[in-house]
Design a protein around this ligand. Structure first.
Ligand code: GLU
Length: 486
């Protein structure tokens, strides 16, 4: 691959072999789950090959950008643990990493094409292009630019410019040629350029198009491998023409299959879990999301894997080129459950807090007490959202309905137990429980019934947490008040 080195202020490029991948989102404010997968695979491939993972912000289309878009992307990548080694906030040898700050570089490349007679100005208006396209469709011809402005003279161009007519730059392609590029899942692909048009390099407002800027940056940033969505396949054909025109070696591509919902349709905004934010709000851990998107469409003996484990065992040479992959929220939930069960309790507590705060006032509960509470229900949670229901007993006094009593014991037993519990009241757990056990056993009431009853009094349910945990978590004051009210 290419590397830039600077000697006496002259930038020259040398061939090197370092793997360099990049994630190149537009700051549109939404991180689609398919984008996350692209970021993940670029990250894993770089990690596996001791390479560099880069974040580049593709913000040339001002209409699509949102103000906080980049911060949003960085926040998400950090949350997922997909750390990049070069990018907007950290810089790097190939800065700047915002396309909006790279116009001078694009101008140089455009000039290069122009001087090779490979780019030309096109004065056709959007209306004219639209009319011609509709005509081609009616005539059952593939809608393509017909090269109208390729035929105009230098004098005409000068006149158009003098008249202030707006124009775009187009790439001239040789329709007699074929181009090839390597796709990791599909092998070498060949395309006949007679099926492609002279594509735009700039927009009417003078900004550079995705196809052009993206390719120039991949050349300039010495990108060796590009993992991106399959929707870019035809762009790759156009970009191959550009790579050849710039005399740059092509990177290796992997066009990732489209993620579909359970009905086999492309995952859209209507689908649950369309964006990373949706998935986050539904209470999924970053590790589970990466794990799921990593193993999706592949088969591994071991399914639960961290980023580090995945980067070690991921088989990039064994990928298949399916055109669709089902996004299966149930599988994600299963992985999430497994991850939660083994998660570091401090970290889990921090992640659960925002969910609890939506329903309860948690300000007065210490992190330590929360961690203890969460530990007691850790293995029951499939998603973090469930923490509110599972810890309801702590924040809300139970409403006990009689059917719960009936399965445990008869009413007189309850009355007896309640009386004993209140007589045994003590701020020390061991003293309290030993007294209560001795008194109930003397009446022939088994410990099992005693504990189930305490749980009912405290939480409204016979099953659940350890009674001792309830005592310590709630504090003895609240604990005995609940018994009194039962
Ligand atoms: N900005 C493009 C996108 O978000 C980048 C595609 C690519 O990775 O080349 O789809």
């Amino acid at each position: 691959m290419l590397k830039k080195i600077v000697i006496n202020s002259l930038t020259i490029k040398i061939i090197m072999n370092r793997v360099r991948t990049r994630f190149a989102p537009s700051p549109t404010g939404i991180m689609h789950i398919g984008n996350v997968r692209a970021a993940l695979l670029n990250y894993l491939f770089a990690a596996q090959n001791n390479g560099i993972f880069i974040l580049r912000i593709e913000d040339t289309d001002q209409q699509r950008n949102i103000d906080q878009g980049t911060q949003f992307i960085i926040k998400h990548l950090n949350w997922l643990g997909l750390m990049f080694q070069e990018g907007p906030n950290i810089g790097g040898a190939y800065a700047p990493y915002f396309q909006s700050q790279r116009s001078d570089i694009y101008k140089k490349y455009l000039q290069k094409l122009h001087s090779k007679n490979l780019a030309y100005q096109c004065f056709c208006t959007p209306e004219e292009l639209e009319t011609r396209k509709n005509r081609q469709i009616v005539m059952k011809k593939p809608p393509r630019y017909e090269g109208t402005c390729l035929k105009i003279s230098q004098a005409q161009i000068a006149q158009n410019i003098a008249q202030g007519k707006s124009f775009i730059w187009r790439m001239k392609i040789d329709s007699n040629k074929k181009v090839q590029f390597k796709d990791m899942a599909r092998g070498t692909l060949e395309f006949d350029l007679q099926h492609f048009s002279d594509f735009p390099l700039t927009r009417e407002d003078g900004s550079f198009t995705f196809i052009f800027a993206n390719c120039v940056d991949d050349c300039e940033m010495a990108i060796s491998h590009v993992f991106r969505g399959e929707e870019h396949l035809s762009n790759t054909v156009s970009q191959t023409v550009l790579y050849h025109a710039f005399d740059y070696p092509l990177p290796t591509f992997w066009h990732l299959p489209i993620l579909c919902n359970q009905d086999g349709k492309k995952l859209s905004k209507r689908d649950r879990g369309f964006s990373l934010e949706d998935v986050q709000n539904q209470g999924y851990l970053p590790e589970a999301i990466c794990n799921y998107l990593g193993i999706l469409g592949c088969s591994f003996e071991k399914e639960i894997m961290s980023l580090e484990e995945m980067s070690k065992i991921y088989r990039f040479d064994n990928l298949h080129g399916a055109s669709q992959i089902r996004y299966d929220i149930e599988k994600l939930k299963w992985l999430n459950h497994k991850w939660i069960a083994d998660y570091n309790i401090k970290k889990l507590t921090q992640l659960c807090k925002p969910f609890l705060a939506t329903t309860y006032n948690i300000a007065s509960v210490s992190d330590q007490a929360l961690a203890k509470l969460i530990k007691s229900i850790q293995t029951d949670m499939q998603t973090l959202t469930q923490v509110t229901e599972l810890l309801k007993f702590y924040f809300v006094r139970p409403h006990i309905n009689t059917s719960i009593y009936n399965d445990t014991a008869d009413q007189t037993t309850f009355i007896k137990i309640k009386k004993i519990l209140l007589e045994s009241k003590h701020e020390d757990w061991t003293t309290f429980i030993n007294t209560a056990k001795a008194k109930t056993l003397a009446l022939g009431i088994e410990n099992k019934i005693l504990f189930a009853t305490i749980r009912i009094f405290i939480t409204g349910s016979a099953k659940g947490m350890q009674v001792q945990d309830l005592f310590t978590d709630l504090g003895n004051k609240e604990f005995f008040e609940r018994i009194e009210n039962a």
